[in-house]
Design a protein around this ligand. Structure first.
Ligand code: PLP
Length: 394
C-alpha cells in the first residue's frame, strides 16, 4: 500500500557510513535508516552474530526460556540502570507496552480511568495508542476516534504540567521524548526535565521516556537521560537496538518494573533469538568500540563544516543538536532538499517542513563528517541561489 512515496533509488548493499545503489553509485548515509543503523551498514560483529544464530535457532516462543534474551535483558537493564525489560519488535510496540504498564500501575493504585500526559510535537508511533499519544494533529488526521486517556501539554512548559496536576486527580504518567525527533530535533530544557521529574514524584505519576530515536548511543551515552540528572521510571527504545534487525524494548524500574505479571502483555516475536543476537552484538560493540564517544565530536564537526561552508548565506533559523541528532532549521520550507541532496550523493531528511534532520551513524569517519557538512551546505547554497534567481525573474 502507498504508505510512503519512495525516492527513485534503491540500494543493493552498504558498508559503514556508505550505501551503494543497484547501479553502483555510492552515497554518504546521513540518516542511518532514520536512527537505526547506528553502527553503520554490514557491521562485522552484527553480521557474524546473526549469521551464527540463524544457523542455530531463529525463533522460539516466549512460552519457553530463551537464554540469549535473558543475557541481553540483563545487559540492557544494567546499561540503562533499570530493573526489568519487555522486548517488542518496534518503537510503537515498546510505547504500547509503556502505556499499558502505566495504566495497569494506576489501576493497582485505584485510579479507574487513568490519563497520561503527553507533549505537543511528540511522536510516539503509528499504532493507535502510540498515535493518540503523538502530539501532531496532521499525523492523527483521519484516524479518529483516538484512544482516550491522553492529556496534552506544550513542551518545556512546567506551569502547564502544574495546572494539569491541579485539574486532574487521575493522571498516571507523563510521557515524553527527552529529545523530540520528528518535531525537528528539540532537546527538552534540562531545567524542565528536572522540574517535571520532581513534579512526577510529588504527584505519584510515572515518568516515561521515549528513547526510540535518541537511545542506543546516538547522543553520546547509552540513553540520553544518562547525560541529565533525571531518571525515568520507564524507558522505551527500538530502532538502533538491533542495528536493523527489528527489536524494541520497554524497560522499567521500581514499582513499574513489578507491575506486569504473566498474561498481562506479550508478543510472538518479541525478544526472539535472532533479534537478541543482533541486540547482543550491538551492546557489545557499543561497549568495546568507543562508538558512543564519537557522537559529540562528530556532531560538532558536521555542523561546524556546514556552518563554515554556508556562512555567506543567511538561511539558518536555528541549530539544535544532541550528539548525532542534528536539526538545522531553515528560515523557509525545504522539503525539496532531500531529492537534491540525493542527487549530490547524500542521504538526509527534512522534518517539520523546514528542519534538515541528520542522524549519521556513529562509525562515520571525521573525513566523511566533513564531507557531509560541506556537501550539504553546497546543496543548500545552490538551492537558495536558484530560488533567489527565480524570485528575481518572477
Ligand atoms: C521517538 C519515537 N518513538 C516511536 C517511534 C516509532 O517507532 P517504530 O517506527 O519502530 O514503531 C519513532 C519512530 O520514528 C520515534 O522516533
Amino acid at each position: 500500500m502507498s504508505t510512503y512515496s519512495p525516492l527513485p533509488v534503491s540500494f543493493s548493499h552498504g558498508r559503514g557510513a556508505e550505501l551503494f545503489s543497484s547501479e553502483g553509485q555510492s552515497f554518504l548515509d546521513g540518516l542511518s535508516g532514520i536512527a537505526v543503523t547506528n553502527l553503520g551498514h554490514a557491521h562485522p560483529r552484527v553480521t557474524a552474530a546473526i549469521t551464527e544464530q540463524a544457523a542455530k535457532l531463529l525463533h522460539c516462543s516466549n512460552i519457553y526460556r530463551i537464554d540469549l534474551q535473558e543475557q541481553v535483558g540483563e545487559e540492557l537493564t544494567r546499561r540503562a540502570a533499570m530493573e526489568r525489560v519487555f522486548f517488542s519488535n518496534s518503537g510503537a510496540e515498546a510505547n504500547e507496552a509503556a502505556i499499558k504498564l502505566a495504566r495497569l500501575h494506576a489501576h493497582h493504585r485505584g485510579i479507574g480511568r487513568p490519563q497520561i500526559v503527553a507533549l505537543e510535537g511528540a511522536f510516539h508511533g503509528r499504532t493507535l495508542a502510540a498515535l493518540s499519544a503523538t502530539g501532531n494533529s496532521k499525523i492523527q488526521a483521519g484516524f479518529g476516534p483516538m484512544v482516550e486517556g491522553f492529556l496534552r501539554a506544550p513542551r518545556n512548559d512546567l506551569d502547564a504540567l502544574r495546572q494539569l496536576a491541579q485539574r486532574h486527580s487521575d493522571i498516571a504518567a507523563l510521557m515524553l521524548e527527552p529529545v523530540q525527533g520528528e518535531s525537528g530535533i528539540h532537546p527538552l530544557d534540562l531545567d524542565y526535565l528536572s522540574a517535571a521529574a520532581a513534579l512526577c514524584k510529588k504527584q505519584g505519576w510515572l515518568l516515561i521516556f521515549d528513547e526510540v530515536q535518541s537511545g542506543n548511543g546516538r547522543t553520546g551515552s547509552y540513553f540520553y537521560y544518562q547525560q541529565t540528572d533525571v531518571k525515568p521510571d520507564i524507558v522505551s527504545t527500538a530502532k538502533a537496538l538491533g542495528n536493523g534487525v527489528p527489536i524494541g524494548a520497554c524497560l522499567a524500574r521500581g514499582e513499574a518494573a513489578q507491575t506486569f505479571a504473566p498474561g498481562h502483555h506479550g508478543s510472538t516475536y518479541g525478544g526472539n533469538p535472532l533479534a537478541c543476537a543482533a541486540a547482543g552484538a550491538v551492546l557489545e560493540s557499543l561497549a568495546t568500540e568507543q562508538l558512543q564517544e564519537r557522537a559529540q565530536p562528530l556532531g560538532q564537526r558536521i555542523v561546524g563544516s556546514f556552518q563554515q561552508a554556508l556562512q555567506h548565506q543567511d538561511a539558518v533559523q536555528e541549530y539544535r543538536r544532541a550528539g548525532l541528532m542534528i536539526g538545522i532549521e531553515l528560515k523557509q520550507d525545504c522539503g525539496a532538499l532531500v531529492a537534491l541532496a540525493l542527487e549530490a550523493g547524500l542521504l538526509i531528511n527534512v522534518t517539520a517542513a523546514r528542519t534538515i534532520r541528520l542522524l549519521p551513524p556513529l562509525v562515520m569517519t571525521d573525513e566523511q563528517g566533513r564531507q557531509l557538512g560541506e556537501t550539504l551546505a553546497s546543496v543548500v547554497d545552490h538551492w537558495l541561489t536558484q530560488n533567489q534567481t527565480m524570485a528575481g525573474t518572477a
